[in-house]
Design a protein around this ligand. Sequence first.
Ligand code: ADP
Ligand code: ZN
Length: 818
Amino acid sequence: MTASRNRSCLRVAVSLPVTDTYSYTVPKLLIAQIRVGMRVRVPFGERTVTGYVLGEAPSLEIRQPLKEITDILDPFPLFHENMIPFFEWISRYYLHPIGLVIKNALPGGINTDTYRSAVITPAGAGRLEKGGLLFAEKECLLWVKDHPGARLPRPLHTVYRLREKGLLELVDRIAKNPPRPLLRRFIKARNGIQLEEIVEGRGSARSGARDEAVFLERVLSSGGILQSEICREFGNGRYLLDKWVRRGVLECVDAPVYRNPAGELIAPPVLPEVLLEQQTSAIEFLNSRLRRERFSACLLHGITGSGKTEVYLRVIEEMIRRGRQAILMVPEISLASYMYGLFRSRLGDRISLYHSGLSRGERYDQWIRAVRGEVDLVVGPRSAIWAPLPDPGLIIVDEEHDTAYKQENPPRYQARDAAVVRARMEKAVVLLGSGTPSIQSYHHSHCGRYHLLQMAERVERRRLPEIEMVDMRPETEGSEKGEIIGRRLREAIREELGNQNQVLLFLNRRGFHRLYVCLTCGKTIQCPNCDVALIHHQDNCLRCHYCGFHSVLYTRCPSCSGRRLKPYGFGTERLEAELHRLFPGVRVARMDTDSTKKKGSAFEILKKFGAGEIDVLVGTQMITKGYDFPNVTLVGVLAADLSLGFPDFRAGERTFHILSQVAGRAGRGTKKGRVIVQTFNVDHYAIKTAVSHDYEAFFAQEMELREALGYPPFSHMTCLRIKGNSKEETAEAARFLGEAMRGIVAGWPKRGKEIKILGPAEAPLFRVKGKYRWQILVKGDQAALIRHLVEALEGLFKGRLQSRGVQLSVDVDCYQMS
Ligand code: ADP
Ligand code: ZN
């Protein structure tokens, strides 16, 4: 957009659920300021909405009469042009409206949204007094009267009717003030002013002058200093400041300061004196790829403790030297803070930590720094894939197998897959790293799509921890009925604690008791809104982990009023209590979503554990990720089989990853580590291969199964979810959609055979948050063909479903199948 002529007609994505982009003209007044990547206000139908400028309008559309942009919302672009093809790809591939993709990508704080409010007209006020209104109309008018300027509750039927009658007027308002960068007052010398001139010009005048010279020198040599700071340093700072501003020597400017997202160091990282041979060769290979400035995808298969982080550090350093930027993604926020601390201490402060746990203002600041080219590296969980860097040359996805990279609400993207796509668009190198790569990525490395780098040795030849499996089936000898911590594990904990070592216990289940069964009628206590049992928590509350329903512990069965309720099963809270009972005085901490709701609390727990203030850390999946605690010599896995029960073709893969990951937490320091795995499935291949550290065997067996059943990576799979309040309507809609899909596919003579439609079937969790759920799985060799089918379907039926109160959502490359 160089010539202003081209700027007069723009292509805009609106933040509404519509597939297309739209063209708008720019009023003359705004032409000079408008840029690609800015947000604008545009009229759309009857409303005014936020839109994002994507570029010039396609020339075809310019001839039509177009509506005008009403306002520009940003002083500078929020993303560069290089992001646009990426947004478009995400939108197309994951079937999500482009405007909403961009809205999701931008830091939450800046998405000003409009809402509708209303004011009563004089005619309306008159009618309220005189009466003669329908009940609903009167209610509505009274509501507006009582809530001046508030968002109108939906649906707006009555509101529209009242407006037609001239009793109401609608007003579009902007929700919340968008956060602005934090501005502070700086003092600096006016351009062209030399210190010597002033100081000399003042000659050796009065005696108080020495202080003044020091003051001026301080300001001038700083190149710009915070007003508050200089006033703190000099008692008469305020006076001197005013004086020299008046004389035209100094000036005040307001400039943004960046709020620092606290990233304390957990442990100062040591710079290794010599790299391992495997590290050197990986780094050399990657650097040679960086130099080519072309797209390249590499998979780094380095077992835990093989020194992958050092490899990341070195290639990032190389990238920065070459003048481009890098993104480092990790699966989790707390891990991101940890990595940020580590990398900051090595690479300086041109690093940004970006994640949803930051405040709105902080996120905005970090975003703007990246847009302006003020950072070389962005560290974060999956949302870091949106980092608006001008020229990223390297994207690293650590622990690439982790399912946390899949976003489970719209847009339902897979950030690791998206990273590969973004790298291709940016002519960048993408590096996927893992100790136990995902089946998909390892498969890609076998068929040549990714270059495979292997690091099979552990730093300082530390041995992999020995894993011991304990059979917990009640009929097996040695395991006592109902024990959470078996005898083997109990003894091991006692021993390690006696030697002043630390213990990590992994249990992927929250809560205290898992369920209550009525001994009279045999029913479990269920959530009234969902198809699941209520979980008992320590605060004597029953909670639903899906909808948040909670109630005090029942004393009678809600079905039969029987008084004999018996608890079964256990979660992390119960395990914590059990540890206190078995080992009085032991310092235990628990890390799960319940104990880490407060911002920064996860980080706090990890810090304490790292500092040795905690003996045993109990936790869910949260503790399995790559932190390095050298003093942990024992890792216990309770109920290793939990993840096998998921209704999901990736259940085996998930179990293998979790176990390998947890096991990798033992013996990270110089001390030898051991792992004890309690399970009911000693013969399951995923558990057996994890216990013997045999990734290749696991991969071979898993691939065989997937191939036999035609699951990814041997196919693509998309899940359609159908949700509704009415049991019958939802079932009916699901059946109807299934038939329609089969009809569409039958109409594609040849290619239709490549697509398989499974279902509709009731979802494994049939009822959640009061809604009934059905699903249809679509399998096929080609992602594009599946997409084509779903688009055709959505086009035909979306309206029809909505009118029946049924929602259809599409999950491309689905992970969750519950
Ligand atoms: P992983 O591959 O599991 O990510 P890390 O990168 O965490 O492994 O490395 C494990 C440990 O080894 C870390 O404490 C790291 O500082 C250390 N380390 C990495 N490279 C070397 C090296 N060349 N020499 C000595 N220690 C190293
Ligand atoms: Zn519920």
